[in-house]
Design a protein around this ligand. Structure first.
Ligand SMILES: NC(=O)c1ccc[n+]([C@@H]2O[C@H](COP(=O)([O-])OP(=O)(O)OC[C@H]3O[C@@H](n4cnc5c(N)ncnc54)[C@H](OP(=O)(O)O)[C@@H]3O)[C@@H](O)[C@H]2O)c1
Length: 316
């Protein structure tokens, strides 16, 4: 892979895709290509094939997907299943047919079985039932992992799947109706501080344990996978360290400078008690995360404050 290699980043305007674009640019890659969903709808097989035939990318990073939380999965199961299958199938097949030898697919920690042992190892995939709320998304993602594994096995191409844990960072979704826990807390504490440090109500007991990875660390893992040939088809990407939701809330409260009370609404569900990745395989391959959570939260909060006006106009 040289710095002039033509690399297509699908979904380059999203949280992950934009972080990958920044990381590759910073590493000196000069021949990156990206298209918005308006310019190229990845659900359209003909359009995707035509794009690959014209552009002939040499490597592909698939950061395009229909993503969302429990509510969105519950309301749009068909779209979560079908659109993700369409997007990834079109990309993987067009890449394969156009002799792309390097393809990076993104799975997710949430596609492991609901009751898999912790920390999650790659080998636990498909060993038990899925979490019913996001099974639509998970089935599609598992099909993507398997498609890359099959191409790798049958044709010897370097198609690899990375499984990120919960991500956070710039360009995250801060819409309280659809956001994940960390950006939702940032917004809640910020707005409560602005209203004279009024109490912040959070869901559950605060006891579940979760792991968080800065999106720039994921982008570094993707860069590592671009620059090296990983010997296997599937790698967890996380920090390997978790903390309680209560400890996370206190860390964010301190960073934001909110001086009010935190009220835990224990009538609301906690979700699974623990979700942590085993990241030994990626470490053995030569990569590990480097952003400390405290610093990651601080820079994400700064990004949120700097962009909140624009964000409110665009997304709310
Ligand atoms: N966020 C997390 O915590 C997390 C955790 C684990 C794994 N992941 C994985 O990381 C990947 C990226 O997630 P993200 O958080 O960056 O999502 P995101 O911010 O919502 O970005 C998704 C991107 O996909 C593109 N896209 C969606 N539908 C498309 C279509 N029909 N045609 C063309 N492009 C389409 C969007 O393009 P436009 O902006 O142009 O519309 C957008 O740039 C996904 O595969 C996700 O499963 C994310």
């Amino acid at each position: 892979m040289n710095k002039n290699t033509k690399i297509y980043i699908a979904g380059h305007r999203g949280m992950v895709g934009s972080a990958v674009w920044r990381a590759l640019t910073a590493a000196g890659y000069t021949n990156l290509i990206g298209k918005s969903s308006k310019e190229l709808d990845l659900r359209n097989q003909q359009a995707v094939n035509a794009f690959f035939e014209t552009e002939k990318p040499e490597a592909v990073i698939d950061a395009a997907a229909r993503v969302g939380g429990i509510l969105a999965n519950n309301d749009f199961p068909y779209q979560f299943l079908m659109e993700n299958l369409q997007i990834q199938n079109n990309l993987i097949d067009a890449a394969h047919k156009n002799e792309v030898n390097k393809f990076i697919f993104l799975g997710s920690s949430c596609i492991y079985p609901k009751l898999a042992p912790q920390p999650l190892k790659e080998e636990y995939l498909l060993t038990d039932s899925l979490e019913p709320t996001n099974q639509w998304y998970a089935i599609a993602k598992i099909a993507g992992v398997k498609a890359c594994e099959a191409i790798r096995r049958q044709f010897g191409k370097d198609y690899v799947s990375l499984m990120p844990t919960n991500l956070y960072g710039p360009f995250d979704n801060f819409d309280l109706k659809t956001s994940h826990v960390l950006p939702a807390m940032i917004r809640k504490f910020h707005e409560a501080k602005q209203k004279g440090n009024e109490p912040v109500e959070l869901w559950g007991s605060g006891t579940p344990m979760r792991e968080f990875l800065h999106v720039d660390d994921l982008a570094q893992a993707i860069l590592f996978a671009i620059e090296n040939v990983l010997p296997e088809h599937l790698y967890n990407v996380g920090t390997g360290v978790d903390l309680t939701i209560k400890a996370l809330a206190e860390q964010i409260q301190e960073t934001v400078g909110h001086k009010g009370e935190i009220v835990w609404d224990s009538t609301k569900p906690d979700g699974t008690p623990r979700k942590l990745m085993n990241v030994d395989k990626m470490k053995e391959a030569g990569w590990e995360a480097s952003t400390q959570l405290e610093l990651g939260i601080k820079t994400t909060y700064e990004w949120f404050v700097d962009n909140i006006a624009e964000y409110k106009q665009v997304k709310l």
